[in-house]
Write a new protein. Structure first.
Length: 202
């Protein structure tokens, strides 16, 4: 597999994933309309079925590769992730709010109150710069990642019970809460992040 600090196969997989995402956003219209040719819409359907999933799987693999079995400071780990992921998201969101206040037409719906502004900040998919939802989800997964390493040192019955508990909470809470701060997407992509962690340990 190579040295501890780098895995050539993962670098190749990451590069392929980047190219697929660039291709998926290459045409002017992102909608499934006649503006895009049929072959493009078909290929895009296939790519969107796995390209982001691949990134989070690789993220889980690399997290376990770097930190599993090694002591590390949670404080430094979380701070570094905040600076790398959330600081840019908040900066872009502040700029976004300013643009929406000046040009409301760039957002679907109008900004009528402070609540609308907070909604754009707290719900990545409601943000005008909605492609940056990835940063929030990646940060959320970083918050959960150390707990995954601890969980994997337990037996599979306990892992199953924790998973069942998470599913129950997901089903019990009102649906509107799950979009705030990307919680719904976080739970979905946590599955692929977890698979990546398990793959590295196998």
């Amino acid at each position: 597999m190579g040295q501890r600090d780098e895995i050539s196969e993962i670098r190749v997989a990451s590069t392929i994933g980047i190219l697929l995402i660039v291709f998926g956003h290459s045409f002017v219209s992102a909608d499934y309309t006649e503006q895009n040719p049929l072959w493009y819409r078909t290929v895009k359907d296939v790519l969107y079925g796995f390209h982001i999933h691949l990134f989070f799987l690789i993220s889980g693999f690399l997290f376990a590769f770097r930190y599993d079995g090694r002591p590390f400071s949670l404080k430094q780990f979380y701070f570094a992730r905040f600076i790398r992921l959330i600081a840019p998201y908040l900066a872009y969101s502040v700029v976004n709010v300013g643009l929406v206040l000046v040009i409301p037409s760039i957002r679907n719906g109008s900004v009528n109150s402070i609540d609308d502004i907070f909604l754009m900040m707290l719900n990545p998919t409601s943000n005008t710069i909605k492609f940056h939802w990835f940063l929030v989800i990646a940060f959320n997964l970083s918050l959960l990642a150390p707990a995954l390493l601890i969980l994997l040192n337990r037996n599979w019955i306990e892992i199953g019970l924790v998973g069942a508990f998470a599913v129950c909470i997901h089903l019990m809470l009102p649906k509107r809460y799950w979009m705030e701060w990307g919680i719904s997407f976080t739970l979905f992509y946590l599955v692929f992040f977890f698979i990546g962690v398990v793959m590295q340990r196998c």
